[in-house]
Design a binder for this molecule. Structure first.
Ligand code: ADP
Length: 137
């Protein structure tokens, strides 16, 4: 019964848009690249419990330049009071409200050479999940 419900929900994802399942920005924990990681902020980061934090270019803008992986703070001593910019900032891919969960074109990063590299569908994601190729009926 549980398995049937899970598979049904996964197949229903095809009908959904990214906007239907996203976490809205007002609920997202973000930081600016200039924030100082003092004891108070590190405590806040750890108590939020997220593994990835979207990073803004400044306190006042909404331009996201990448993400901070919280695991990079494991050996950090908050007495050092370093800014977020001291740590590696990982790329944060961008997608669009009307992207369907069914199929997307995979392109090179904006500005780099080459057009579409391939397509990815929900089936590819599920194959990635179960580690086997699905043979369609
Ligand atoms: P984590 O590994 O941090 O638990 P997941 O990737 O498993 O995060 O996502 C779990 C849920 O938390 C998802 O709904 C996702 O949208 C949300 N989420 C992830 N990172 C953040 C964040 N920095 N602020 C708010 N919500 C987040």
């Amino acid at each position: 019964e549980d398995e049937v419900n899970i598979i049904r929900s996964v197949l229903d994802l095809r009908e959904k848009l990214v906007v239907d399942i996203m976490t809205p920005m007002e609920d997202v924990f973000t930081l600016s690249i200039h924030c100082i990681l003092d004891e108070k902020l590190v405590h806040k980061i750890l108590s939020n419990g997220y593994s990835r934090i979207p990073i803004k270019e400044s306190d006042t803008c909404f331009n996201y330049i990448g993400m901070l992986l919280v695991k990079n703070l494991i050996s950090y001593d908050s007495d050092d009071k370093l800014p977020v910019s001291h740590f590696p900032i990982s790329p944060l891919p961008e997608t669009y409200v009307d992207t369907s969960c069914h199929m997307a074109i995979v392109s090179n990063n904006p500005g780099s050479y080459g057009g579409a590299l391939g397509v990815i569908t929900l089936e590819d994601v599920i194959e990635g999940l179960i580690g086997e190729e699905i043979v369609d009926e």
